[in-house]
Ligand binder design. Structure first.
Ligand code: PM9
Length: 491
């Protein structure tokens, strides 16, 4: 039916009161003066697909039992939708794959190293860069250089590998994140912010000589992918200058943090992600990076520093632990893909769609009444296992139990981020984090919105039968980073 005829009929019908809301019958005529909603969409189209294996309930129960109820020990072929991590699980672009083909595999002085170095200098602004095989390789070397036994390393919440390297170098991590970060229901827009009172108390207690640096993560992983504000970072820079303390930046998810600054801090509404990222880095003295996240590759990382002495020492140590300073454990093709990935990660449309997809899943879960960490973060949805399974104590590993149940329900693989991940203190007692979470981590450019629907529906299914879910007992505990390899049985 022609548009004018449709609208004419609609008008008559509405006049005769046949429909209550005449607007529902009209087709849009003129977009220019109407305030229509404009959805975001992925700024790419799909050129190649990887087929997924559909799993069945019987096989999933067998698989999770064999894996000791630890999703890290599942075989990926037994997984339908893999939300274990956003680390190294991103889809590379055609530009990255073509960069792969020109990777220079020379042992020393590879062209690809210089491309990666140039990208780090241009987009992040750090003076020196040394590649490492991944983030923890960088953490190992930097911790060895900067930390002396007895040192204190304040940080905006711990990260598992980062804290372990600090401890292995003789340091002790001290949490200086704002209290809101430990509260899943707090809607604070910048839960990654530093609490200056906590920092001052540490300086008073130990003295600034005992603090080699402050460890600042952009988009704090363990808090639920929560950002630090530019205002807080600027204040920290002023504070650390007064006290002569470095800031070392865990920049694993810096572009996602920049997106939140752009959306939530008035001064940055019209600034690009690239500009914001550069400004964030300018307030820090050096960085460790796992390029497997924001930088859109499957492997790689680096150390960056503005200090010549630190650079010199890192160049010495990298040959012991990683490889020559112009490849640091990476193939030339990996370094090429990182150089391209860094650029692509700073595209405003990319970040809008990336965080938009995470938000979409969060909203779906909220519609089903699922308790999640608020506000929705940058790289995944974090389900509050304490609120989901209030009948379980933290010693019964509620997040571990919930991750196993979601896998059994649908083949969706997630990760525990609670008491198991937190591990043990030097004296052997358990850390008991306030947050007991299951992380639904979204790989970048990999899954569709329909996958998000299936995931949320599965969580809703498990929520319906939550009262029947039993806790877990740990039957095998490895010495380091136990969440990777621990085994459990059902209580
Ligand atoms: N993060 C993640 O899934 C992968 C390993 S832990 C399960 O979230 C930060 C903030 C990270 C991180 C890894 C690393 C270590 C450092 N900082 O995994 O060694 O989120 O490349 O990086 C993981 P690598």
């Amino acid at each position: 039916m022609p548009l004018f005829l449709f609208n004419f009929v609609a008008c008559i019908l509405s006049f005769c009161n046949i429909t209550e809301d005449p607007k529902l019958l009209y087709l849009p005529i003129n977009h220019s003066n109407m305030n229509h909603k404009r959805s975001w969409a992925e700024p790419y189209k799909i050129k190649m697909v990887e087929l997924l294996k559909m799993t069945n309930l019987k096989d999933r129960i067998k698989a999770i039992k064999e894996a000791g109820f630890n999703t890290f020990l599942l075989k990926s072929e037994d997984v339908y939708i893999d939300l274990l991590t956003d680390s190294g699980t991103n889809a590379m672009s055609d530009q990255q794959w073509s960069a792969f083909m020109v990777g220079d595999e020379a042992y020393a002085g590879s062209k690809s190293f210089y491309h990666m170095e140039k990208a780090v200098q241009k987009y992040y602004g750090y003076k020196h860069m040394i590649p490492t095989h991944q983030g923890r390789g960088a953490e190992n070397i930097l911790s060895k250089i900067l930390i002396k036994p007895g040192d204190i390393i304040p940080g905006n919440m711990y990260f598992t590998t980062t804290r372990l390297h600090q401890e292995l170098s003789g340091g002790t991590f001290a949490d200086i994140i704002i209290d809101e970060a430990h509260d899943p229901l707090s809607n604070h827009p910048f839960k990654g912010n530093v609490d200056f009172q906590k920092l001052e108390d540490l300086i008073k207690k130990y003295g600034s000589d005992k603090i080699p640096y402050i460890s600042i993560a952009t988009n704090v992983n363990m808090a639920g992918g929560q950002p630090i504000s530019m205002a807080n970072l600027r204040e920290l820079r002023t504070f650390t200058r007064i006290h002569g303390i470095r800031i070392i930046h865990d920049m694993t998810r810096v572009a996602e943090n920049a997106y939140f600054i752009q959306q939530r801090e008035a001064e940055f509404h019209s600034r690009s992600i690239a500009e914001i990222v550069k400004e964030i880095c300018s307030y820090t003295d050096g960085a460790t990076m796992s390029a497997k996240k924001d930088a859109l590759v499957n492997i790689g990382g680096f150390i960056a520093t503005n200090e010549w002495d630190v650079y010199e020492e890192a160049r010495n140590l990298v040959v012991v632990y990683e490889g020559l300073h112009t490849y640091g454990g990476l193939a030339g093709r990996d370094m090429e893909a990182i150089a391209v990935g860094i650029r692509e990660s700073l595209d405003d449309n990319h970040q809008h769609a990336r965080v938009g997809q995470v938000e979409y899943l969060g909203n779906k879960m909220l519609e089903f009444g699922i308790p999640i960490v608020l506000p929705v973060g940058g790289h995944g949805i974090f389900v509050d296992a304490k609120a989901f399974l209030p009948h379980l104590t933290q010693d019964q590993f509620p997040a571990q139990a919930l991750a196993a149940e979601v896998y059994i329900d649908s083949g969706v693989r997630t990760m525990e981020r609670g008491v198991v991940s937190a591990g043990r203190k030097a004296d052997g007692t358990n850390y008991y984090p306030k947050l007991e979470l299951v992380r639904f981590t979204i790989p970048r450019r990999v899954y569709t919105q329909a996958h998000m629907d299936v995931i949320a529906e599965s969580v809703a299914n498990v929520y319906d039968r939550r009262k029947k879910i039993r806790g877990m007992k740990m039957v095998y505990e490895p010495k380091y980073l136990r969440f990777f390899q621990a085994r459990f049985t059902k209580l």
